[in-house]
Design a protein around this ligand. Sequence first.
Ligand SMILES: Cc1cc2nc3c(=O)[nH]c(=O)nc-3n(C[C@H](O)[C@H](O)[C@H](O)COP(=O)(O)OP(=O)(O)OC[C@H]3O[C@@H](n4cnc5c(N)ncnc54)[C@H](O)[C@@H]3O)c2cc1C
Length: 469
Amino acid sequence: MAKHTHSSSPQTSPTAVSVPQLRATLKGQVIAPQDAGYDEARTVFYGGFDRHPAAIVRVADATDVSHVVTLARESRLELAVRSGGHSLAGHGVSDGGIVLDLSDMKNLEIDVEGRTVWAETGLTAGEYTAATGAHGLATGFGDTGSVGIGGLTLGGGAGYLVRKHGLTIDDVLGAEIVTADGRLLRVDAEEHPDLFWAIRGGGGNFGVVTRFHYWLHEVDEIVGGMLILPATPEVIASFVAEAEAAPEELSTIANVMVAPPLPFLPAEAHGKLVIMAMLVYAGEVDEGERAIAPFKALAEPIADMVKPMRYPEIYPPEEGDYHPVASGRTMFLDAIDRPVAQTIVEYLQASRAQMAVAQIRVLGGAMARVSAEATAFAHRTRRIIVNVAALYERPDEASVHEPWVTAFAAALRQGDAGVYVNFVGEEGEGRIREAYPGSTWDRLAAIKGRYDPTNLFRLNQNVPPATEG
Ligand SMILES: Cc1cc2nc3c(=O)[nH]c(=O)nc-3n(C[C@H](O)[C@H](O)[C@H](O)COP(=O)(O)OP(=O)(O)OC[C@H]3O[C@@H](n4cnc5c(N)ncnc54)[C@H](O)[C@@H]3O)c2cc1C
């Protein structure tokens, strides 16, 4: 039987980091508390994580990564590993420790003929997609261009191509990873297959991935964009039914929320509950228009921006200084019928947050055809992901919004537990176990024991190392 060690807290106190020595050793930039730019460099996407690392290292290459990993191990300082900084749990920044920031590592080697790419993990989904899109090729990431390919891929990756081409990990052919001992390993189906399995869903537990080797699909002209519909219970339930019945070329992400005063919305829609849906049909344009027509017929659209476009346009430019505080919960649901949709409407209308949202992602298709054991993402047959969240400005408002989100999630919950790890916040070990049910957890813990026995990589949705005994 495997049992778990309790090695998440270091036995002896950490030693201080010498910034001059770090600067002398590394090619990348080292940002210390007294430096201009420190506050910007310690900022992650979500607000409410006011943490002060001893140093932020913008690594330049795998050798830098290896040095920083070794330093963290030897000094026993906490190590935060950051790709795009979008962790819902604020895992991209440490209080008092070292931040290993990959955002300067953006090299991309595309093999157009072979339809593969080696991509460094400092790239965002938007940057990667723009570069491969120039060749009419793509890998599926999430719904937001600024999310890092590092964190997104390691947890699974579900987005606009999930039904057509599966999760992001289903397109991972291999990776290069610096493990806790500072070694750079090449992993794939032949080399270190255990580690290759674990990094496809197991998150940042096993080392720092410096680059991924991905498969590219021909995804060039698509039909896609935003469709805004009034959010009555009938329309929400029918939208989900249409999304489930649609051909798998079509993936949808429907955000049910109160319409903000956006310039492209008529004034009378502002403040009303709407479905802001993103649709992507990755196939022939005329077939895509036919597949999307039933959604437009559910109600008179408030706005219809669905059109033929090049795939990279699905990631528009984003506002750089948006850092909301969030209270959120994620779950898998089996069905959203009219009563469930009614519950969604009632809770959203009752929220006092700046923005309250229920995000509905219908799954299936290619994602569901991979076996639950093939990767560390075990939830292959789950039908719908729902994320409910309140977004607001100040952390001290949490006492209002946490009870709301807890009650909302409880009112929706159906059937088996289980969560997609990338949508989990700081929610405790029980939720991490829900992300990795049954044998997936045991397998991850055993592999963790082999590659990171002292739990150096612990500022993440942590799977502690198992020891044989
Ligand atoms: C606005 C928004 C939209 C999102 N949309 C989607 C979506 O559509 N689909 C989806 O699947 N997910 C989505 N997510 C969730 C997202 O996948 C996770 O938050 C993910 O962890 C973010 O990755 P990151 O690299 O940007 O974050 P970071 O905070 O940089 O990293 C998160 C964690 O991943 C690990 N990590 C990151 N890079 C590396 C690396 N190179 N090596 C080792 N460990 C690493 C670390 O443990 C780190 O703490 C979204 C999140 C946000 C905030």
